[in-house]
Design a protein. Sequence first.
Length: 257
Amino acid sequence: MRGTREQILDAASTLFSVNGYRATSMRRIAEEVGTTKAALYYHFPGKEDILARLTEPLLDELDDALTGAERYHDPAAVRWRVVEGMLDVFLRHRRTLLMLVRDMTLLAQAPVAERFRAVMALANDLVAGPDRSLGQRVRAAQAVAGLGDAVVLFADEPPDQVRRHVLDGVRALLAPPAVAPPQSGVASASTREAAAGRPDALRRPRGRAGGRPAALGPDQVEQARQRYRSGEPVDRIADLLGVSRATVYRCLKTAAG
């Protein structure tokens, strides 16, 4: 038999999905479980604590998937570790993902919103890889966003079939820029595009193996967070601190967690 906490979480997940987070009161959750409001508060101090508990497994596993992918130095390996890892997490937590999508106000609740935004931003950066062309960044954003979209849209289909078709689609989306080699030693169009915006783009990769520090000191971490909160773009923060965008995102992700 399930414990009271599990019953509360199940009831809250359903009510948040059907009625919306803001419209669901603690009293209504207690009624759904068949317990008193006082008993509900014994297990969870507030509604935001229930939301945090519901979303923590999804967000924690997404963090783990990205951290595991970052251990690889080959951009292609990193890219596919991110894609496959995130897709598997979404498939395991389809119910939570459906809840978040059905009530978009949930994605505006701190710290859920901050963690989710930081995770997605880092995923986009890792999938884009060292090629910073606009085209590659756009395709990376499409691929990352499409992982969750497909899981939500086809939530009633067999997970293994959804997974196979999603990965086929991502390969088709990312394959052209990933496999097209430069001709006769001349930089590819996407590389030239990146170099046009950054004079050092051809000389210094921005990935983990590009020679930039992989971590920041405490003072730099706080500086990065303050600049991000004030609206400064991550590209600018990374350049000022002399680190990669992924390093900045890791600091922001840690702060949100």
